[in-house]
Design a binder for this molecule. Structure first.
Ligand SMILES: Nc1ncnc2c1ncn2[C@@H]1O[C@H](COP(=O)(O)OP(=O)(O)OP(=O)(O)O)[C@@H](O)[C@H]1O
Length: 242
């Protein structure tokens, strides 16, 4: 469980987060939705300590992440994986080398074991046949799957996804989310997904949270969100279903 309390963050006088409160339950898929530029990515970056808030707390395993030193954050980042929008693979490394990279950085294990682990992960994301390819040779969907395998290499408990399906066609969008859901079951992950896509959220979320004007205005199961009486949520749903 991650508990965010009264999180506030401004950039040059622009108040982006104005007191975010949110509990992210363990082993579930929580979608964070909201308009462009409302601070969804900024919120994710606070959860891995890439940004420090002006005030507020983020509790994970009895620690307030916002108060940790860079060294302590390194340990947290093994447990909380972050899949950036762009995926950010290393272009000069093959897919398999990309997946082995965090293993080399964080674990002392023999090369043969690293190779075995990387191949297992690539097989979990159905990319074993592309293990010797370079990122430039992959399609958008394959790049996202490779980045996902690399994030999972550290065996995180929590994975934060910043718009994992952006730029993919509808069939691939569903297949990436089905993959995330299967991996969640397999590795008992807690998933936090930032997305604009309400249809995907209704299909895959256990909980949906709406960020609007710097605060979480509504959290609920898809069924609860569908019958929300909040004006902004109603408008968001109406616009998405046009
Ligand atoms: N490091 C930064 N320095 C200054 N301003 C920033 C920084 N990071 C984000 N912002 C600003 O914070 C606001 C929220 O940005 P953020 O990327 O979190 O929005 P978002 O909800 O994820 O949007 P989108 O859905 O379009 O990706 C924007 O106005 C952005 O310009």
């Amino acid at each position: 469980m991650i508990t965010i309390k009264e999180l506030k963050k401004s950039f040059n006088g622009l108040e982006v987060l104005r007191g975010v409160n949110l509990s992210i339950p363990e082993g579930k898929v929580t979608f964070i939705m909201g308009q462009s530029g409302t601070g969804k990515s900024v919120l994710l970056k606070h959860i891995v300590g890439l940004l420090k808030p002006d005030s507020g707390e983020i509790w994970f395993e009895n620690k307030d992440i916002t108060k940790l030193s860079e060294k302590e954050l390194q340990k947290i980042r093994r447990k909380i994986g972050f899949l950036f929008q762009e995926g950010a693979l290393f272009d000069s490394m093959t897919v398999k080398e990309n997946v082995m990279f965090p293993l080399k950085e964080h674990f002392k294990m023999p090369k043969s074991e690293m190779e075995k682990t990387a191949e297992e992960l690539l097989s979990a994301v159905d990319l074993l046949s592309a293990k010797d390819k370079y990122p430039s040779e992959l399609s958008g969907g394959m790049k996202k799957r490779a980045a996902l395998a690399r994030t999972l290499a550290l065996r995180p408990q929590v994975v934060l996804f910043d718009e994992p399906t952006t730029g993919l066609d509808p069939i691939l969008q569903v297949s990436i989310l089905e993959l995330i859901k299967n991996l969640k079951e397999k590795y008992n992950l807690t998933c936090v997904i930032v997305s604009h896509d309400l249809n995907l959220a209704f299909k895959f979320a256990d909980y949906i949270a709406f960020l609007h004007q710097g605060v979480i205005i509504e959290v609920g199961t898809p069924e609860e969100i569908k019958t929300s009486t909040n004006e902004f949520v109603k408008k968001f749903i109406e616009s998405a279903l046009v």
